[in-house]
Ligand binder design. Structure first.
Ligand code: IPM
Ligand code: MN
Length: 359
C-alpha cells in the first residue's frame, strides 16, 4: 500500500517521541512491503516561532493531502502567557475543526505487566478495557465566548456549550458502532440534571441507540458520578461517549489507571479524510531533550493510525504485541520505572520495540 503520512512533531518532547513512532512505521513498511512517504510540518509553539501562526497554511494543506497525521505534542512555558493572542493550543483546536475530526478515541487498557504501576490497587484496575469516545469539535471549546469590562471596573467572561442534533448523532453513532465490535455496552455521560445541552444529548442519544443499535446495553451516567465510578470500578465500562469538555477531563483521569500518561494513544477521526493520531500526554517541557520521555504512547498511536486510517489491522496488532512484549521483558522508561529500578532512554525504548517487531 502507498500512503502519505504527515508528521507534526510539535514542541517539548513531541519531536523525540514522534521520531520513535516514525522509525517504527518505517520498519513496518519494510516488513510488510508498504510504501509510506513522510512529510514533516510545523504546528504549535515551534510554528509560532517560525511563522507566527500555530497552524500554518503549509501544514493544513499537507494534512488535507495525506492519508493520516501523526502528532507529537504542542505547547510549553515559552508560549504560556495567558494574555497572549496567539497560542500553541489554537493550532490543535484548528486542525481538529478544519479536518472535521469530531470523534476522539482514547482507549484505556492497562498493560498486564504494568498493573502495579497504577496508583490504584491491582484488583481495581485489573480487567479494565475502556474505549472513551470524546466529542471533539463542538461544545464549550467552540461555542460563543467573550470577555468585557463592567462599569465597576471588574470584568465578565463567558463560554457557551452548544450542540446540534447532528453533532450529537454522528459521534454517538460512531461510539455505538465501536461498542457493537466490542462488548456491546455503551455509556453516555452528561450533566442532564443541570445543562440544557446535556438534556439534548440525552434525548438524541437514547433515540439513536434505541432505533439503530437496539442490541446495545445502553446507560447514562452523570459526569460527577462518572468521575467517581472511573476509579471505583473501571472494569465495569466498555465504550463511554461524552461531550468535549467532560471527555477532556475524564480521559485525563482515566489515563492514570494504567499508571502513566506515557502509555496512552489517541485517534481523532472524521467522516472519511485523514485521521489525526497522537499520544494523550502533553509536551512535558521539563523533561524535553533529555531522552527521558516515554515513546510508547506515540508508538501505540502509530498502531491506531495503521488500523483506522490505512486499514492495516495485522500491522497495527504487530506493533501492539511488540509494545506489550517489550514491557513484559521488564524494559521501562523513567516514568514507569519503580524507584531504584533501571530504566532506558527514549531511543532505546524505540530500538527495543523495533527489535520486537521482527519477532
Ligand atoms: C487534549 C488537550 C487539548 C484539549 C488542549 C491542549 C487544547 O488537553 O487533547 O486533551 O483540551 O483538547
Ligand atoms: Mn486534555
Amino acid at each position: 500500500m502507498n500512503a502519505l503520512i504527515v508528521l507534526l512533531p510539535g514542541d517539548g518532547i513531541g519531536p523525540e517521541v514522534a521520531a520513535e513512532a516514525h522509525r517504527v512505521l518505517q520498519r513496518i513498511a519494510e516488513r510488510f512491503g508498504h510504501h509510506f512517504a513522510f512529510q514533516t510540518h510545523l504546528i504549535g509553539g515551534c510554528a509560532i516561532d517560525a511563522v507566527n501562526d500555530p497552524l500554518p497554511p503549509d501544514t493544513i494543506n499537507a494534512c488535507r493531502e495525506s492519508q493520516a497525521i501523526l502528532l507529537g505534542a504542542v505547547g510549553g512555558p515559552k508560549w504560556d502567557d495567558p494574555t497572549a493572542k496567539i497560542r500553541p493550543e489554537q493550532g490543535l483546536l484548528r486542525i481538529r475543526k478544519e479536518l472535521g475530526l469530531f470523534a476522539n478515541l482514547r482507549p484505556i487498557r492497562p498493560q498486564p505487566s504494568l498493573l502495579d504501576a497504577s496508583p490504584l490497587r491491582r484488583e481495581i484496575v485489573e480487567g479494565t478495557d475502556i474505549l472513551f469516545v470524546r466529542e471533539l469539535t463542538g461544545g464549550i471549546y467552540f461555542g460563543d465566548s467573550g470577555l468585557r469590562g463592567l462599569p465597576d471596573g471588574s470584568e465578565l467572561a463567558f463560554n457557551t456549550m452548544t450542540y446540534t442534533t447532528g453533532e450529537i448523532e454522528r459521534v454517538v453513532r460512531l461510539a455505538a458502532k465501536a461498542a457493537m465490535q466490542r462488548r456491546k455496552k455503551l455509556t453516555m455521560v452528561d450533566k442532564a440534571n443541570v445543562l440544557e445541552a446535556s438534556r439534548l444529548w440525552r434525548r438524541v442519544s437514547e433515540r439513536l441507540v434505541k432505533s439503530e443499535f437496539p442490541e446495545l446495553d445502553y446507560d447514562v451516567v452523570l459526569v460527577d458520578a462518572m468521575a467517581m465510578h472511573l476509579i471505583a470500578r473501571p472494569s465495569a465500562f466498555d465504550v463511554v461517549v461524552t461531550e468535549n469538555l467532560f471527555g477532556d477531563i475524564l480521559t485525563d483521569e482515566g489515563a492514570m489507571l494504567p499508571g502513566s500518561l506515557g502509555l496512552l494513544p489517541s485517534a481523532s477521526l472524521g467522516d472519511g479524510g485523514p485521521g489525526l493520531y497522537e499520544p494523550i500526554h502533553g509536551s512535558a517541557p521539563d523533561i524535553a531533550g533529555q531522552g527521558l520521555a516515554n515513546p510508547l504512547a506515540t508508538i501505540l498511536a502509530s498502531a491506531m493510525l495503521l488500523r483506522h486510517s490505512l486499514g492495516l489491522e495485522e500491522e497495527a496488532a504487530n506493533i501492539e504485541r511488540a509494545v506489550a512484549g517489550v514491557l513484559e521483558t521488564g524494559a521501562r522508561t523513567k516514568d514507569i520505572a519503580r524507584s531504584g529500578e533501571q530504566w532506558v532512554s527514549t531511543t532505546r525504548m524505540g530500538d527495543l520495540v523495533i527489535e520486537a517487531l521482527s519477532g
